[in-house]
Design a protein around this ligand. Structure first.
Ligand code: SF4
Length: 482
């Protein structure tokens, strides 16, 4: 490990070292191979360390023996980009494996490539450039832009064939040979990219967005078919981890922590939830969960969450009115929302957070009024703090609502203003997802190959990517409204 001399590089080095020192590993990971792979999560450390694929890929790549995989995260202020594991600068790695899970992170990837003067178009790269491999959740529903950027796009779950190709690489082979070996799965489509193996945490850090919990993926994908949701439509059949395996993982990590984070699209759909809760109760473990279905809640689960220190009860009605919930395919009634809210109060929650989608082109004033009515009901039921998380509908490819236009930015701003005022009048706090970022998300999620080319050329000309993306959203909307 070489310590930098320049003050800026030193600061960067110190920041990465600070996170490294905070990590406690559940199992020892040996870094011994000579094929150097940089595993890059294109967002900050808090988000990266909460993402289970960041853990899983790190463990599985290093298990290959020939590979020395080190972790990197994105920070706008960085120049060198030191690895978390040995503080080696990023440009010393031959293969950059980038795991993209959110559309906006693509902007960080492009910025990273530009900082290192790596051409944005894969076809322009030369022998001395790193091999850019891209995988992650975005590859389940749109790879058009990613295919222009990446030398290799790995679609869907990490496959055994990819691992064996990576495991066969020698350190002396050149860029072309690496790409040829790793592209072996060409032709793999989103319809056949699902594996049974689920992920679990490799290290624990208090700086993750989930706090110092050991994370266990208990389920992947979702058998519900909410009509706006890529998880239900594009992530393959719902798969769950066996109960024995979950309990064993908890026991193995229990010498380090009694705090666990259960990760699934909907934890309440876990088929062995009752037995798992009994086990958690018996061991007096503390748990948090990634998400719940409000029609599948039970007293035991909420009591355990309360006892685990969770202050806020969170549910996602998504649609204000029954009409909207039906259009969204949510399968949730007003009575079920009321029962869930009463149950939350009964087990002692005083804070509630409700997730809603607003601004669909088919939404009416009446639909939105019911959002406000539900917030009012929460206050009447005795919740002292009521927060509404309001997110514009972003039509995404592969879903039944995916071909809709996104509501115009100006209209969304008006809706945001009115909803904020109405919610304030009933004593609720409104927490709006940024409209600008939602529009960018819409553009990136729906970008086709031609749009992708234009976008990369635009950035190559030193123009602001965001400006292109606002215009691109207008263009998609125009086509969809014709
Ligand atoms: S919104 Fe939730 S319940 Fe509906 S399909 Fe997506 S993950 Fe499943």
């Amino acid at each position: 490990m070489r310590r930098p001399r320049a003050p800026r590089a030193w600061k960067e080095f110190e920041k990465v070292s600070f996170y490294k020192k905070s990590e406690v590993f559940v199992n020892q990971i040996e870094l011994q191979g000579d094929v150097k792979v940089a595993l890059i999560y294109p967002n900050d450390y808090r988000v990266a360390s909460a993402n289970l694929s960041f853990h899983d890929l790190f463990e599985r790549f290093n298990a290959l023996g020939n590979v020395r995989c080190e972790r990197f995260f994105y920070d706008r202020s960085f120049e060198k980009f030191y690895s978390i594991d040995s503080r080696t600068p990023l440009d010393e790695f031959r293969i950059w494996a980038i795991s993209i899970h959110f559309e906006l992170d693509i902007l960080n990837v492009l910025e990273l490539l530009r900082r290192f003067k790596v051409p944005l178009f894969s076809e322009e790269r030369l022998g001395h450039h790193p091999v850019i491999v891209i995988g992650g959740a975005l590859t389940y529903f749109n790879t058009a832009l990613l295919e222009l950027i990446a030398d290799v796009v790995h679609i869907g779950d990490l496959s055994e064939s990819f691992l064996s190709a990576l495991g066969s690489l020698k350190s002396y082979i050149d860029r072309k040979e690496i790409i040829a070996a790793l592209s072996g799965q060409k032709g793999r489509t989103c319809d056949s990219c699902f594996e049974e193996r689920l992920a679990s945490g490799v290290f624990i850090t208090p700086h993750s967005v989930f706090g110092d919990r050991f994370l266990i993926e208990i389920g992947r994908s979702c058998f519900r078919k909410c009509r706006f949701c890529v998880v239900g439509y594009c992530f393959g059949p719902a798969r769950f981890r066996g109960l024995d395996e979950v309990m064993k993982l908890m026991e193995t990590a229990s010498h380090l922590t009694n705090k666990f984070g259960l990760i699934a699209a909907t934890v309440t759909d876990y088929p062995y939830l009752e037995e798992l809760l009994n086990f958690i109760e018996k061991r007096d473990y503390q748990v948090s969960v990634s998400s719940l279905r409000l029609d599948a809640l039970n007293e035991k689960l909420l009591t355990i969450l309360r006892k685990s220190g969770q202050e806020q009860f969170t549910i996602a009605p998504e649609g204000g009115s029954q009409r909207l919930r039906n259009l969204y395919g949510k399968g949730i009634s007003g009575e079920q929302i009321l029962s869930a809210l009463k149950l939350g109060r009964m087990v002692g929650f005083r804070h509630v957070k409700l997730y809603y989608i607003y601004g669909a082109v088919f939404e009416s004033e009446e639909d939105r009024r019911e959002i406000v009515e539900t917030a009012k009901l929460c206050r009447e039921l005795g919740y002292s703090k009521v927060t509404l998380s309001l997110n514009p509908l972003i039509p995404k490819p592969g879903t039944p609502l995916g071909a809709l236009p996104m509501q115009d930015r100006r209209i969304l701003r008006g809706l945001e203003r009115n909803l904020a005022l109405a919610l304030r009048s009933v004593g609720a706090k409104a927490d709006f997802e940024s409209i600008k970022e939602s529009v960018i998300q819409f553009s990136l999620a729906n970008m086709d190959r031609n749009g992708g080319r234009e976008f990369l050329l635009w950035i190559n000309n030193n123009k602001k990517g965001r400006e292109f993306l606002y215009k691109y959203a207008e263009r998609i909307n125009l086509q969809r409204k014709e």
